[in-house]
Design a protein around this ligand. Structure first.
Ligand code: ADP
Ligand code: 5GP
Length: 184
C-alpha cells in the first residue's frame, strides 16, 4: 500500500472518535469512512459517519475482496473498503482508520508500516460511565460492548503504542506527538 495508515483502536466508549477528530484537525489528515451493517443512529447520514449496507451487500463485497479488513462486532459487521482508503488518500501523507481490535489486528498483519495505536480507559468503571453518558446505545448494546471491552483490553500490548485517555488534552497531545514521530 502506498499511503501510510494510522489505526486508532480500543474499546467502544473509550474516546477513539473524539481523539481521532482531534488528530485529523491537528495533522490535517483524511479519514476512511467505514462500512457497517449497523442501523444509523439519530443524526447519522449515509456516506458521512458510515456507508450503511445491508448484510447481504456487505457479504457480497467481502466475497469479492473489497475490504482491507472486516469484523463482526456486537452483532454487526464493520469494515474498511479498499477503494475508500485509496480515494481518500489523494496525495495525503496518511489516512486514519478508527476500528475495533479484530480489524486492527488484520491491518497489522497485512500492512507492514501501519501505525497502530490502542486507546485505553483510565478504569473499567470510567469506560462504563462514558458509554452510558454518550447516550447513543441501548442498555443491551452497552452490556455487549463492555463484554467485548474485556477481551479487547487484554490485547493492548499487541499494538505500537497505548494511550490512556484520562485527561483529554493530555491524550490528544500524546497521540499527535506519537503519530507525527512515526509518519514516513
Ligand atoms: P468511542 O469512539 O471510542 O466509542 P467516543 O469518542 O464516542 O468513544 O467517546 C465516548 C464518550 O466519552 C463521549 O461522550 C465523549 O465525549 C466522552 N469522552 C471522550 N474522551 C473523554 C475524556 N478524556 N474524558 C471524559 N470523557 C471523554
Ligand atoms: P459504533 O457502532 O459505535 O459506531 O462502532 C462500534 C465499533 O466498531 C467501534 O469500536 C468502532 O471503532 C468499530 N469500527 C468502526 N468502523 C470499523 C471498521 O471499518 N472496521 C472495524 N473492524 N471496526 C470498525
Amino acid at each position: 500500500m502506498v499511503t501510510q495508515l494510522v489505526v486508532i483502536t480500543g474499546p467502544s466508549g473509550v474516546g477513539k472518535g473524539t481523539l481521532k477528530q482531534r488528530l485529523l484537525e491537528e495533522l490535517q489528515l483524511p479519514e476512511s469512512v467505514s462500512a457497517t451493517t449497523r442501523s444509523p443512529r439519530e443524526g447519522e447520514t449515509n456516506g458521512v459517519e458510515y456507508h450503511f449496507l445491508s448484510r447481504e451487500e456487505f457479504e457480497k463485497r467481502r466475497a469479492s475482496d473489497q475490504f482491507l479488513e472486516s469484523a463482526e462486532y456486537a452483532g454487526n459487521l464493520y469494515g474498511t473498503l479498499r477503494d475508500e482508503v485509496e480515494n481518500r488518500a489523494d496525495g495525503a501523507r496518511a489516512v486514519v482508520l478508527e476500528i475495533e481490535t479484530r480489524g486492527a489486528e488484520q491491518v497489522r498483519d497485512r500492512v507492514s508500516d501501519a501505525i497502530l495505536i490502542f486507546i485505553s480507559p483510565p478504569s473499567p468503571e470510567e469506560l462504563r460511565r462514558r458509554l452510558v453518558g454518550r447516550g447513543t446505545d441501548s442498555p443491551e448494546q452497552i452490556e455487549r460492548r463492555l463484554g467485548e471491552a474485556e477481551r479487547e483490553l487484554s490485547l493492548q500490548d499487541e499494538f505500537d503504542l497505548v494511550v490512556i485517555n484520562d485527561d483529554l488534552e493530555s491524550a490528544v497531545s500524546e497521540l499527535v506527538q506519537a503519530v507525527r514521530g512515526k509518519l514516513r
